[in-house]
Write a protein that binds this ligand. Structure first.
Ligand code: GLA
Length: 412
């Protein structure tokens, strides 16, 4: 009996280990993809006559490509220049192929991809599993193979595949699977970004093991807005579901809490630090949605910060999680390669000044992160060495209201 249970336990553990290693096998997204995506900042502005600098047009993507190549974004790791909804003409062409709006994209997507590639960057595009996109443009339903081939023939490197208007849950799942297979069949390396679990969730619990076999990253929750309230809601949702979503993330497949909105209008400096720190802890894809042509030096410094990007891109590929919440503070950690940990302390109190949070280093890494001692370096809001601590030392961290202190803890 006991032996039988042992065998069963072993078999379950082996199955879990196998599931954890089965990611979409396209060799991509071994670390969370990074780039720029137009949606949050530019939405579906199509009137280029009145708003030539902000409409969804080839000019917008060319200008963003130029800035990304010229101002250190590419070197920092932001690689994909991504088009979201509203790029298409209202109808397919005579052969049933999707086509870009001819007024707003006069050179076509193929030429745009060539241009983006000539600057050492990659191009992302958008479509939808249903017969219409969320904004009402033509969707890919019934055209999965043709659209995948069209995108590949244009030289596209990433597809964001939305889930509006899918018809039914069966068609939603079927469409996400079929597009994944169709992309693979093209032979071109195309990162596959899904919203499958987000659209499934209201009706049923997503099967993440399956989703990871088809997608390189997937949205779970509502669209990010340019506000602290939105960032908080994404973090709260993630904590509530961390037991089911954290373990599934890893090289090849990531949970996507949506775009970085740093550099826009809605977040204070401390809230921007919180988004950057927490997106690194969560091993999130880093797609900025802002106007890189007009961005403050502070936002640029934060978004290009090498140490925080290194945490986000850590090769171990484990997503972090909340360890504890104490009144106004949240304590999070993320296991990193080399037995190190990233640790974040977030202060939710929106009254008064900076507050101290004191905790025992034995909390970290199941007691192993600082055992018998560790060196601690502060990464955000500014980089600073804190020196060596022993296992039994308490750590007191001062955090601004709605801000986060991000640390890197290396065991000695
Ligand atoms: C949905 C997605 C967004 C964006 C819009 C475009 O809301 O979640 O990220 O792509 O559609 O219409």
């Amino acid at each position: 009996m006991a032996a039988g249970r042992r065998v069963l336990r072993w078999a379950l553990a082996a199955a879990a280990a196998l599931a954890a290693t089965l990611a979409l096998d396209n060799g991509l997204a071994r670390t969370p993809p990074m780039g720029w995506l137009h949606w949050e900042r530019f939405l579906c502005r199509t009137d280029c006559a009145t708003d030539p600098h902000r409409c969804v047009s080839e000019q917008l993507f060319v200008e963003m490509t130029d800035v990304m190549a010229a101002e250190g974004w590419r070197e920092a790791g932001y690689e994909y220049v991504c088009i979201d909804d509203c790029w298409m003409a209202p109808r397919r062409d005579g052969e049933g192929r999707l086509q870009a709006d001819p007024k707003r994209f006069p050179s076509g997507i193929r030429r745009l991809a060539d241009y983006v590639h000539s600057k050492g960057l990659k191009l992302g595009i958008y479509s939808d599993v249903g017969n219409k996109t969320c904004a009402g443009f033509p969707g890919s339903y019934d055209h999965y193979e043709l659209d995948a081939q069209t995108f590949a023939s244009w030289g596209v490197d990433l597809l964001k595949f939305d889930g509006c208007n899918s018809g039914s849950l069966e068609l939603l799942a079927e469409g996400y699977r079929r597009m994944s297979l169709a992309l693979n069949k093209t032979g071109r390396s195309i990162v596959y970004s899904c919203e499958w679990p987000f659209y499934l969730r209201p009706a049923q619990q997503p099967n993440y093991t399956e989703i990871k076999q088809y997608c390189n990253h997937w949205r779970n929750f509502f669209d990010v807005y340019d506000s602290w309230r939105s960032i908080k809601s994404i973090l709260d949702w993630t904590v509530l579901h961390q037991d089911s979503i954290v373990k599934i993330a890893g090289p090849g497949g990531w949970n996507d809490p949506d775009m970085l909105v740093i550099g826009n209008f809605g977040l204070s400096w401390d809230q921007s630090v919180t988004q950057m720190a927490m997106w690194a802890i969560m091993a999130a894809p880093l797609f900025m949605s802002n106007d890189l042509r007009h961005i403050s030096p502070e936002a640029k410094w934060l978004l290009q910060n090498k140490e925080v990007i290194a945490i986000n891109q850590d090769p171990l590929g484990k997503q972090g999680y909340q360890i504890t919440k104490d009144k106004n503070f949240e304590l999070w950690e993320r296991p990193l390669s080399g037995r190190a940990y990233a640790v974040a302390v977030l202060n939710h109190q929106e009254i008064g000044g900076p507050q101290n949070f004191t905790f025992s280093l034995t909390f970290l890494g199941n007691g192993l992160a600082c055992n018998p001692a560790c060196s601690i370096r502060q990464v955000l809001p500014a980089s600073r060495d804190w020196g060596v601590y022993s296992w039994v030392s308490p750590l007191s961290v001062e955090v601004n209201p709605t801000g986060t202190v991000l640390l890197k803890v290396a065991v000695l």
